[in-house]
Design a protein around this ligand. Structure first.
Ligand code: ATP
Ligand code: MG
Length: 289
Protein backbone atom coordinates (compact mmCIF):
# COMPACT_ATOMS: atom_id res chain seq x y z
CA UNK A 1 0.00 0.00 0.00
CA UNK A 2 1.11 3.57 -0.66
CA UNK A 3 1.92 6.00 2.14
CA UNK A 4 -1.04 8.29 1.67
CA UNK A 5 0.47 11.27 3.53
CA UNK A 6 3.75 11.24 1.61
CA UNK A 7 2.07 10.78 -1.75
CA UNK A 8 -0.57 13.45 -1.07
CA UNK A 9 2.03 16.01 -0.01
CA UNK A 10 4.19 15.28 -3.05
CA UNK A 11 1.45 15.99 -5.59
CA UNK A 12 1.29 19.21 -7.62
CA UNK A 13 -2.07 20.94 -8.15
CA UNK A 14 -1.89 19.93 -11.84
CA UNK A 15 -1.60 16.29 -10.84
CA UNK A 16 -4.69 16.51 -8.64
CA UNK A 17 -6.47 18.10 -11.59
CA UNK A 18 -5.49 15.18 -13.79
CA UNK A 19 -6.78 12.71 -11.20
CA UNK A 20 -10.09 14.57 -11.20
CA UNK A 21 -10.15 14.53 -14.99
CA UNK A 22 -9.69 10.76 -14.98
CA UNK A 23 -12.43 10.37 -12.38
CA UNK A 24 -14.74 12.46 -14.51
CA UNK A 25 -13.84 10.61 -17.70
CA UNK A 26 -14.64 7.29 -16.05
CA UNK A 27 -18.30 8.29 -15.87
CA UNK A 28 -18.48 7.63 -19.59
CA UNK A 29 -15.37 5.64 -20.50
CA UNK A 30 -13.68 2.64 -19.05
CA UNK A 31 -10.28 4.07 -20.00
CA UNK A 32 -9.78 7.82 -20.21
CA UNK A 33 -7.75 9.24 -23.12
CA UNK A 34 -5.17 12.01 -22.76
CA UNK A 35 -7.08 14.34 -25.09
CA UNK A 36 -10.13 14.14 -22.78
CA UNK A 37 -7.91 15.03 -19.83
CA UNK A 38 -6.55 17.97 -21.82
CA UNK A 39 -9.97 19.42 -22.52
CA UNK A 40 -11.04 18.89 -18.90
CA UNK A 41 -7.94 20.40 -17.28
CA UNK A 42 -6.85 22.95 -19.87
CA UNK A 43 -3.31 21.55 -19.64
CA UNK A 44 -1.31 20.65 -22.74
CA UNK A 45 -1.15 17.00 -23.78
CA UNK A 46 2.61 17.15 -23.43
CA UNK A 47 2.41 18.24 -19.81
CA UNK A 48 -0.27 15.65 -19.08
CA UNK A 49 1.84 12.84 -20.59
CA UNK A 50 4.71 13.88 -18.37
CA UNK A 51 2.61 14.02 -15.20
CA UNK A 52 0.88 10.74 -16.02
CA UNK A 53 4.22 8.97 -15.76
CA UNK A 54 4.50 10.17 -12.18
CA UNK A 55 0.89 9.31 -11.33
CA UNK A 56 1.18 5.75 -12.66
CA UNK A 57 4.57 5.41 -10.96
CA UNK A 58 2.93 6.35 -7.67
CA UNK A 59 0.32 3.63 -8.28
CA UNK A 60 -2.55 6.11 -8.43
CA UNK A 61 -3.52 5.38 -12.04
CA UNK A 62 -3.45 2.36 -14.28
CA UNK A 63 -2.45 2.61 -17.93
CA UNK A 64 -4.03 0.53 -20.64
CA UNK A 65 -2.74 0.07 -24.17
CA UNK A 66 -5.11 -1.36 -26.70
CA UNK A 67 -6.64 0.23 -29.74
CA UNK A 68 -6.07 3.44 -27.83
CA UNK A 69 -4.10 4.41 -24.73
CA UNK A 70 -6.23 5.13 -21.69
CA UNK A 71 -6.03 5.55 -17.97
CA UNK A 72 -8.14 4.49 -15.00
CA UNK A 73 -8.07 5.52 -11.37
CA UNK A 74 -6.82 2.90 -8.95
CA UNK A 75 -8.17 2.84 -5.42
CA UNK A 76 -5.07 4.74 -4.27
CA UNK A 77 -5.88 7.57 -6.65
CA UNK A 78 -9.47 7.68 -5.51
CA UNK A 79 -8.22 7.79 -1.88
CA UNK A 80 -6.08 10.82 -2.73
CA UNK A 81 -9.08 12.68 -4.19
CA UNK A 82 -11.11 12.04 -1.04
CA UNK A 83 -8.20 13.15 1.18
CA UNK A 84 -7.87 16.30 -0.88
CA UNK A 85 -11.57 17.08 -0.32
CA UNK A 86 -11.28 16.52 3.45
CA UNK A 87 -8.26 18.84 3.63
CA UNK A 88 -10.00 21.53 1.57
CA UNK A 89 -13.06 21.37 3.84
CA UNK A 90 -10.90 21.57 6.99
CA UNK A 91 -12.14 18.18 8.21
CA UNK A 92 -8.57 16.98 8.56
CA UNK A 93 -5.19 18.66 8.48
CA UNK A 94 -2.86 15.72 8.75
CA UNK A 95 -2.76 12.00 8.13
CA UNK A 96 -1.49 9.38 10.53
CA UNK A 97 -0.67 5.71 10.31
CA UNK A 98 -2.66 2.67 9.31
CA UNK A 99 -5.33 1.74 11.90
CA UNK A 100 -6.83 -1.33 10.33
CA UNK A 101 -7.42 -3.30 7.18
CA UNK A 102 -10.74 -5.03 6.73
CA UNK A 103 -11.95 -7.38 4.05
CA UNK A 104 -13.36 -4.43 2.19
CA UNK A 105 -11.73 -1.33 3.57
CA UNK A 106 -8.60 0.41 4.70
CA UNK A 107 -8.66 2.59 7.83
CA UNK A 108 -6.08 5.32 8.29
CA UNK A 109 -5.59 7.71 11.20
CA UNK A 110 -5.88 11.47 10.75
CA UNK A 111 -6.04 14.63 12.84
CA UNK A 112 -8.61 17.42 12.83
CA UNK A 113 -7.39 21.05 12.75
CA UNK A 114 -8.37 21.20 16.44
CA UNK A 115 -6.07 18.25 17.22
CA UNK A 116 -8.70 15.57 17.53
CA UNK A 117 -7.66 12.06 16.43
CA UNK A 118 -9.83 10.73 13.63
CA UNK A 119 -10.19 7.59 11.55
CA UNK A 120 -10.74 7.66 7.78
CA UNK A 121 -12.37 4.56 6.36
CA UNK A 122 -11.83 4.05 2.64
CA UNK A 123 -14.29 1.57 1.23
CA UNK A 124 -12.95 -0.92 -1.28
CA UNK A 125 -15.94 -2.79 -2.57
CA UNK A 126 -15.19 -6.05 -4.25
CA UNK A 127 -17.43 -7.44 -6.94
CA UNK A 128 -19.52 -9.58 -4.60
CA UNK A 129 -20.22 -6.63 -2.33
CA UNK A 130 -21.24 -4.66 -5.37
CA UNK A 131 -23.76 -7.34 -6.31
CA UNK A 132 -25.23 -7.09 -2.82
CA UNK A 133 -25.48 -3.32 -3.08
CA UNK A 134 -27.09 -3.77 -6.45
CA UNK A 135 -29.62 -6.21 -5.09
CA UNK A 136 -30.53 -3.85 -2.29
CA UNK A 137 -30.73 -0.83 -4.55
CA UNK A 138 -32.75 -1.79 -7.55
CA UNK A 139 -32.37 1.56 -9.30
CA UNK A 140 -28.69 0.80 -9.84
CA UNK A 141 -29.56 -1.74 -12.47
CA UNK A 142 -30.71 1.09 -14.69
CA UNK A 143 -27.33 2.78 -14.68
CA UNK A 144 -25.28 1.29 -17.45
CA UNK A 145 -22.01 2.69 -16.25
CA UNK A 146 -21.94 1.28 -12.75
CA UNK A 147 -18.49 0.48 -11.49
CA UNK A 148 -16.45 0.06 -8.36
CA UNK A 149 -16.04 3.82 -7.95
CA UNK A 150 -19.75 4.18 -7.71
CA UNK A 151 -20.31 1.04 -5.62
CA UNK A 152 -17.73 2.04 -3.04
CA UNK A 153 -19.05 5.59 -2.78
CA UNK A 154 -22.58 4.23 -2.26
CA UNK A 155 -21.31 2.03 0.56
CA UNK A 156 -19.61 5.02 2.20
CA UNK A 157 -22.70 7.20 1.83
CA UNK A 158 -24.89 4.55 3.35
CA UNK A 159 -22.53 3.88 6.26
CA UNK A 160 -22.23 7.62 6.94
CA UNK A 161 -26.01 8.09 6.93
CA UNK A 162 -26.51 5.18 9.30
CA UNK A 163 -23.84 6.49 11.69
CA UNK A 164 -25.47 9.93 11.66
CA UNK A 165 -28.82 8.42 12.58
CA UNK A 166 -27.39 6.21 15.33
CA UNK A 167 -24.90 8.58 16.94
CA UNK A 168 -25.01 9.39 19.87
CA UNK A 169 -27.97 7.21 20.94
CA UNK A 170 -25.98 4.11 20.05
CA UNK A 171 -22.32 3.60 20.88
CA UNK A 172 -20.85 3.97 17.38
CA UNK A 173 -17.98 6.17 16.13
CA UNK A 174 -18.99 9.82 15.77
CA UNK A 175 -19.37 10.59 12.04
CA UNK A 176 -17.78 13.85 10.81
CA UNK A 177 -17.60 13.86 7.05
CA UNK A 178 -18.00 11.78 3.92
CA UNK A 179 -16.60 12.17 0.41
CA UNK A 180 -16.52 9.69 -2.47
CA UNK A 181 -15.78 6.25 -0.93
CA UNK A 182 -14.47 7.60 2.37
CA UNK A 183 -15.86 8.53 5.75
CA UNK A 184 -14.22 10.43 8.59
CA UNK A 185 -15.18 9.39 12.10
CA UNK A 186 -13.88 9.39 15.65
CA UNK A 187 -11.42 6.73 16.72
CA UNK A 188 -13.17 4.02 18.72
CA UNK A 189 -11.54 3.34 22.07
CA UNK A 190 -10.04 0.03 23.02
CA UNK A 191 -9.31 -3.14 21.09
CA UNK A 192 -11.04 -5.50 18.69
CA UNK A 193 -13.20 -7.92 20.65
CA UNK A 194 -11.99 -10.76 18.41
CA UNK A 195 -8.41 -10.27 19.60
CA UNK A 196 -9.15 -9.48 23.24
CA UNK A 197 -9.63 -11.74 26.22
CA UNK A 198 -12.11 -9.88 28.41
CA UNK A 199 -12.31 -10.46 32.15
CA UNK A 200 -16.03 -10.07 32.63
CA UNK A 201 -17.49 -11.64 29.51
CA UNK A 202 -21.10 -11.65 30.81
CA UNK A 203 -20.93 -7.91 31.36
CA UNK A 204 -19.55 -7.29 27.84
CA UNK A 205 -22.17 -9.48 26.23
CA UNK A 206 -24.85 -7.50 28.07
CA UNK A 207 -23.37 -4.24 26.77
CA UNK A 208 -23.24 -5.58 23.20
CA UNK A 209 -26.83 -6.79 23.22
CA UNK A 210 -27.86 -3.46 24.71
CA UNK A 211 -26.33 -1.68 21.69
CA UNK A 212 -28.04 -3.98 19.19
CA UNK A 213 -31.32 -3.21 20.92
CA UNK A 214 -30.65 0.53 20.87
CA UNK A 215 -29.78 0.37 17.18
CA UNK A 216 -33.01 -1.50 16.50
CA UNK A 217 -35.02 1.12 18.38
CA UNK A 218 -33.27 3.78 16.31
CA UNK A 219 -34.26 2.06 13.08
CA UNK A 220 -31.39 -0.25 12.12
CA UNK A 221 -30.15 -3.83 12.16
CA UNK A 222 -26.37 -4.07 11.74
CA UNK A 223 -26.55 -6.89 9.20
CA UNK A 224 -22.87 -7.95 9.31
CA UNK A 225 -22.46 -8.36 13.02
CA UNK A 226 -19.81 -10.49 14.68
CA UNK A 227 -16.90 -10.25 17.15
CA UNK A 228 -14.94 -8.51 14.35
CA UNK A 229 -17.13 -5.43 14.47
CA UNK A 230 -17.01 -4.71 18.20
CA UNK A 231 -14.37 -2.63 19.96
CA UNK A 232 -14.07 -3.16 23.69
CA UNK A 233 -12.58 -0.82 26.29
CA UNK A 234 -12.71 -0.70 30.08
CA UNK A 235 -15.78 1.51 29.97
CA UNK A 236 -17.86 -0.31 27.38
CA UNK A 237 -18.24 -1.27 23.74
CA UNK A 238 -18.36 0.50 20.38
CA UNK A 239 -20.06 -1.11 17.41
CA UNK A 240 -18.33 -0.39 14.08
CA UNK A 241 -18.68 -1.24 10.39
CA UNK A 242 -22.25 -0.32 9.37
CA UNK A 243 -22.42 -0.27 5.54
CA UNK A 244 -24.60 -3.39 5.43
CA UNK A 245 -27.18 -2.00 7.86
CA UNK A 246 -30.82 -2.43 6.89
CA UNK A 247 -34.04 -0.97 8.23
CA UNK A 248 -35.44 -2.56 11.38
CA UNK A 249 -38.90 -4.05 11.16
CA UNK A 250 -38.53 -5.37 7.61
CA UNK A 251 -38.37 -9.02 6.56
CA UNK A 252 -34.71 -8.83 5.62
CA UNK A 253 -34.04 -6.81 8.78
CA UNK A 254 -35.58 -9.53 10.94
CA UNK A 255 -33.58 -12.24 9.18
CA UNK A 256 -30.35 -10.34 9.64
CA UNK A 257 -31.12 -9.55 13.29
CA UNK A 258 -31.44 -13.28 13.98
CA UNK A 259 -28.13 -13.89 12.24
CA UNK A 260 -26.40 -11.00 14.07
CA UNK A 261 -27.53 -12.35 17.46
CA UNK A 262 -26.57 -15.88 16.43
CA UNK A 263 -23.05 -14.80 15.43
CA UNK A 264 -22.25 -13.04 18.68
CA UNK A 265 -23.88 -15.67 20.92
CA UNK A 266 -21.94 -18.39 19.13
CA UNK A 267 -18.72 -16.48 19.72
CA UNK A 268 -19.37 -16.01 23.45
CA UNK A 269 -20.44 -19.63 23.80
CA UNK A 270 -17.28 -20.92 22.14
CA UNK A 271 -14.77 -18.57 23.72
CA UNK A 272 -16.33 -17.87 27.13
CA UNK A 273 -18.75 -20.75 27.64
CA UNK A 274 -21.69 -18.43 28.06
CA UNK A 275 -25.00 -19.88 26.92
CA UNK A 276 -28.00 -17.71 26.17
CA UNK A 277 -31.24 -18.20 24.30
CA UNK A 278 -31.00 -16.58 20.85
CA UNK A 279 -34.67 -16.75 20.02
CA UNK A 280 -35.65 -15.15 23.27
CA UNK A 281 -33.09 -12.38 22.72
CA UNK A 282 -34.30 -11.63 19.19
CA UNK A 283 -37.85 -11.44 20.51
CA UNK A 284 -36.79 -9.14 23.33
CA UNK A 285 -35.03 -6.78 20.91
CA UNK A 286 -38.04 -6.65 18.57
CA UNK A 287 -40.46 -6.12 21.44
CA UNK A 288 -38.39 -3.24 22.76
CA UNK A 289 -39.08 -1.16 19.65
N1 ATP B 1 -13.57 4.23 14.04
C1 ATP B 1 -12.62 3.33 14.26
N2 ATP B 1 -11.79 3.46 15.32
C2 ATP B 1 -10.80 2.55 15.55
N3 ATP B 1 -10.57 1.46 14.80
C3 ATP B 1 -11.37 1.26 13.73
C4 ATP B 1 -12.43 2.17 13.41
N4 ATP B 1 -13.06 1.71 12.30
C5 ATP B 1 -12.42 0.58 11.96
N5 ATP B 1 -11.42 0.29 12.80
C6 ATP B 1 -10.48 -0.88 12.72
O1 ATP B 1 -10.36 -1.30 11.38
C7 ATP B 1 -10.87 -2.63 11.20
C8 ATP B 1 -11.68 -2.74 9.92
O2 ATP B 1 -12.76 -1.83 9.98
P1 ATP B 1 -14.24 -2.23 9.53
O3 ATP B 1 -14.69 -3.42 10.31
O4 ATP B 1 -15.09 -1.04 9.59
O5 ATP B 1 -13.95 -2.62 8.03
P2 ATP B 1 -14.42 -3.79 7.06
O6 ATP B 1 -13.53 -3.81 5.89
O7 ATP B 1 -15.82 -3.60 6.76
O8 ATP B 1 -14.20 -5.04 7.93
P3 ATP B 1 -14.65 -6.54 7.72
O9 ATP B 1 -13.35 -7.24 7.56
O10 ATP B 1 -15.31 -6.82 9.03
O11 ATP B 1 -15.56 -6.63 6.54
C9 ATP B 1 -11.71 -2.90 12.45
O12 ATP B 1 -11.75 -4.26 12.77
C10 ATP B 1 -11.00 -2.06 13.51
O13 ATP B 1 -9.90 -2.75 14.06
MG1 MG C 1 -15.40 -5.19 10.06
Amino acid sequence: MIDHATVFLSLKPEELKILRAVENGMKTHEWVAVEDMASYTGLSEKEIEYRLRNLTGLDLLERFTGHYVGYQLKYNGYDILAISAFVRRDTINSLGSLIGVGKESVIIGAMSPGGRPLAIKFHREGRTAFKQVKRKREHLVDLHNTNWLYASSLAAKHEFEVLKKLYPAVSVPEPFDQNRHAIVMSVAEGHDLSRAKVEDAEWYLDRIVEQLELAYRNGYVHGDFSEYNVMVSETGVTIIDWPQAVAAGTKIGDELLARDVHNIFTYFARKYRIRRDEIEMVKKIKDSA
